[in-house]
Ligand binder design. Sequence first.
Ligand code: ATP
Length: 201
Amino acid sequence: MYVVGVTGGIGSGKTTVTNLFQTHGIDVVDADVIARSIFQPGSDALLHVQERFGDRALLETGELNRAWLRERVFTHPEDKAWLNQLTHPLIREQILAALKQAQSPYVILSAPLLVENKLTALCDRVLVVDVTEAMQIERTRQRDDVSAQQVSAIMQAQASRIERLQAADDVLDNNGTPEALVEPVERLHRFYLQQVEQQLQ
Ligand code: ATP
């Protein structure tokens, strides 16, 4: 299976870009969706979290209290390390299973933290959706109704623009209009199809 990793910082346009690849019939595996799904009620992961932190880590409904856990790991690095050790292998395993199920000629793995979490190891090719930091802040604020400081704090916890670009095989500039993405995506799609062909030969 030929895997194209798509990454970019918060609000860079990963979803916008992967939606365009989907119009070419390409399957997309979203690491964020998988990461959220491992804490389903009754899951081993949720049980482990409850054992460590008690009921304060759960909502009254029994679901994971994501806001509490996010705050906890933000202020307790040892808990962050513990949580990563619990979740990363599970997420990786489920990503691999989802990639294997893909039916398209190649498959996209979309992950905001592709570089940070070394998911690049699962990819044949890495495509970075690149925008200026000012644009990231502006678009995220428009979408999520958050402050510039909140967006900046999230950006601080992610790889820098430079670090991400260093991991890139291909770069898609998303500083322009959404329409300006159509042609470059089409070009990349044809290029990836060629790569798949070559791999088969
Ligand atoms: P996140 O990782 O934060 O979920 P993302 O990288 O998936 O974000 P999108 O959700 O695709 O990014 O884009 C962020 C916001 O910017 C969305 O509201 C989207 O509609 C908008 N957007 C994306 N690309 C453009 C563009 N070229 N011009 C204007 N708005 C855009």
